[in-house]
Design a protein around this ligand. Structure first.
Ligand code: NAD
Length: 423
């Protein structure tokens, strides 16, 4: 007799969402319970509790995690988050999303994520370095070029990646550049990484425009968030001839129906001045930006921005999700109903992980590419992924978000079946 193991129900919202998305895709793929349980469960989880000497001479214990969700398609890949709200369940959800993100753009990676419960703003630079080197040492038993390749996420940056690379290199006695990505170019990083996510959004938007017969030249665009993702996307889209009519940051936004001058705003922002006092447009709120009558809306700030509250008022024809999780499931249903085409985050913002993959490939070969080559290959990979997802959506008569999940989960299942269950 087969006895089913009881499932522990998650309490974390991100993990609940991740599991319900997986269940929906598993239903469409008619997966049996065994495979479903395999995909619901991370392969490996490491919890570490480690001491760090603080500048005042005291010792503080920090708590961190590294989770490998699924390795059927290759080494694990995923970011490392320093944030006070990090929890094991949240890291599990993020690791699972990385599995799907890598699979949907067809990178030979599984999904992973890591985190340390800390607000990096509370630490001095030296404390941050000691914490990073000790955490890297603690998780060194499961990371490596062939095992798991971390990258930056919330609260971590290229400097943190350089410290991790150096720590692992010191242990091994030789430079191990391929152990993390998102490093500075001077220590094995790749050209084009900083702009990669915004550039991926440009390429996806171009592809959507082509598919739906919209001329990008003169098309109207609103971008929420003017950081690494949003500002690069706004800049590249305006260079491509689109009319970026609105941009925003946490203080609010600027609107000009004739188009904003993005280069002028970029140089205005160099000294971190709030966008709302910038030149060339009228002030609007973030809520007004999200409901502007535009061709393309690019939420590139935070999660949960398009909700059941404002979704009925969204007038954009196409939404390209730059941020992770900017649309709630309830809002997604409303947008679907209203015929708004949404390109989901795991596809639209995959430019970053795609170029991280290129960084790893270059590190393994000790051979570095020109920026034009990086961009050209990014274009090829993300455009093909968009076309795969669009074809799956058409075939099943489902949304691009559902199609991205069906495609991604289907690829992981195929790899699992072909490899077989060991022993
Ligand atoms: P960032 O910190 O560089 O920029 C975030 C921007 O959002 C800033 O302009 C900030 O002012 C703005 N913002 C913050 N709170 C806001 C609010 N309440 N309303 C409107 N704007 C607000 O971050 P980023 O790297 O550009 O990341 C943005 C999003 O994209 C995040 O969801 C991130 O997880 C996701 N993402 C980033 C990358 C990457 O390569 N950087 C890759 C994939 C996904």
């Amino acid at each position: 007799m087969v006895v089913k193991q009881p499932r522990a129900e998650p309490t974390d919202e991100a993990l609940k969402t991740a599991l319900s998305q997986l269940d929906a895709a598993a239903d469409r793929l008619h997966l049996d319970d065994g495979l479903r349980d395999m995909l619901r469960t991370p392969k490996r989880e490491l919890s570490v509790h480690f001491p760090v000497h603080m500048d005042d001479g005291t010792i503080r214990i920090f708590h961190g995690y590294r989770v490998h969700h699924n390795l059927a398609r290759g080494p694990a890949k995923g970011g490392l988050r320093y944030h006070p709200q990090v929890s094991l369940e949240e890291v599990r959800a993020l690791a699972m999303w990385m599995t799907w993100k890598c699979a949907v753009v067809n990178l030979p990676y599984g999904g992973a994520k890591g985190g340390v419960v800390v607000d990096p703003k509370d630490l001095s630079l030296r404390e941050l370095e000691r914490l990073t080197r000790r955490y890297a040492t603690e998780i060194s038993i499961i990371i490596g070029e062939n095992e798991d390749v971390p990258a930056p996420d919330l609260g971590t940056d290229p400097q943190v990646m350089a410290w991790i690379m150096d720590t692992i290199s010191m242990h091994r006695g030789h430079t191990a550049a391929g152990v993390v990505t998102g490093k500075p170019v001077s220590v094995g990083g790749t050209l084009g990484r900083l702009e990669a996510t915004g550039r991926g959004i440009l390429y996806v938007t171009q592809e959507v425009a082509r598919r739906y017969g919209v001329a990008l030249e003169g098309a109207t665009v609103a971008v929420q968030g003017f950081g690494n993702v949003g500002a690069v996307a706004a800049h590249l889209l305006s260079q491509a001839g689109a009319r970026v009519v609105a941009v925003s940051d946490r203080t609010g936004g600027l609107y000009n129906p004739n188009g904003l001058r993005i280069e002028q705003l970029l140089s205005y922002r160099k000294d971190r001045a709030p966008l709302t006092t910038g030149p060339g447009g009228d002030r609007i709120t973030n809520d007004e930006l999200l409901t502007l009558d535009v061709d393309f809306l690019i939420p590139a700030a935070l999660e949960n921005q398009i909700t059941a509250r404002n979704a009925p008022r969204v007038r954009a024809r196409y939404i390209i999700e730059g941020a992770n999780g900017p649309t709630t499931p309830e809002a997604d249903a409303i947008l679907n109903e209203n015929g708004v085409v949404v390109v989901p985050d795991i596809l639209a913002n995959a430019g970053g992980v795609i170029v991280s993959y290129f960084e790893w490939v270059q590190d393994l070969q000790f051979y570095f590419w020109e920026e034009a080559e990086v961009n050209e290959r990014l274009h090829k990979v993300i455009t093909r992924a968009y076309r795969d997802v669009a074809a799956t959506a058409e075939e099943h008569g489902i949304s691009l978000r559902e199609a991205a999940m069906v495609l991604a989960v289907g690829r992981v299942v195929e790899a699992t079946r072909i490899r077989g269950i060991y022993p």
